[in-house]
Ligand binder design. Structure first.
Ligand code: MF3
Ligand code: CO
Length: 261
């Protein structure tokens, strides 16, 4: 599969998919409480997604059994919700979700602190988010894809963090994962030239310690090899003639001028 350019009509559908997903994340973020199970988070997330007339993109994707990936503390991504895991004060919880609206996907992730969290954890979450926006400074038509990668990785590495190398962002559209792959660190090739109408899911995964990750026996959950904390921040974006349009922000994230580009 090659990188596709979406038509204005397709982008409009992805805009809608993005808005809905932003609301789902907003509601999930508000609902997180100590004592809640990761299974409860998934149930609520799936209900919200369906209440907006969408399908959860992740459910049954390559056998993934849930709608929301819930990854706690040293879990990087793709944690499987379970009734046995209760989130606690001091945890950091990464929620990754995707919706399908009229055949078009959006994909976004946020990491939340539960109650009072350590200063190290707070900074990791904030800087992981900012690394995405550092990447956005280069997400412009005529630039090359790996300028985004280098900006994300360079920013995160300046704090001594481990930038996960074994997982990447991706193109998105009628499929959850489309070309191109979008690494979060400097590459030796410049990557494809960015063009208006390309839709991308950019998703830095940043560890407090080593960049190395391992897969758990469930074949999904990815954890930091040294068990250090990990944060994830992802949005679906469109390349335009000017600034990138970020589809998966809430009205209030946009109104707050909180888009950091
Ligand atoms: N945002 C995640 C990714 O792009 C989606 C999780 S895939 C699933 O890898 F299989 F867990 F659903
Ligand atoms: Co993704």
């Amino acid at each position: 599969m090659s990188v596709t350019i979406k038509s204005p009509r397709e982008i409009e559908l992805m805009r809608e998919a993005g808005k809905i997903l932003a609301k789902v994340h907003e509601e999930l973020g508000k609902a997180l409480k100590p004592g809640m199970s990761t299974y409860d988070i998934d149930r609520l997330g799936e209900e919200l997604i369906r209440s907006f007339g969408c399908e959860p993109s992740f459910k049954n994707y390559q056998g993934y059994p849930a709608s929301i990936c819930v990854s706690v503390n040293e879990e990087v991504v793709h944690g499987i919700p379970t009734k046995k895991r209760l989130i606690q004060e001091g945890d950091i919880v990464s929620l990754d979700a995707g919706v399908i609206y009229k055949g078009y996907h959006s994909d976004a992730a946020r990491t939340h602190g539960i109650g009072e969290i350590s200063e190290d954890a707070r900074l990791l979450i904030e800087r992981t988010r900012q690394s995405f926006f550092e990447g956005m400074k280069y997400a412009k038509a005529g630039n090359h894809l790996h300028e985004i990668s280098a900006a994300i990785g360079g920013y995160a590495e300046s704090f001594g963090y481990g930038v996960v190398r074994d997982l990447c962002g991706h193109g998105i559209g009628t499929h959850l994962h489309e070309d191109p792959e979008i690494p979060n660190f400097k590459q030796f090739r410049r990557g494809i030239k960015l063009r208006p109408g390309m839709t991308l899911a950019v998703e830095p995964m940043i560890n407090l310690g080593t960049a190395d990750v391992v897969w758990m026996d469930d074949d999904w959950t990815v954890i930091a090899e040294d068990m250090s904390l990990s944060a994830h921040y992802e949005n679906t974006i469109v390349i335009t003639d000017g600034e990138p349009e970020i589809l998966t922000l809430t009205e209030s994230e946009i109104a707050a001028g909180d888009i950091g580009i």
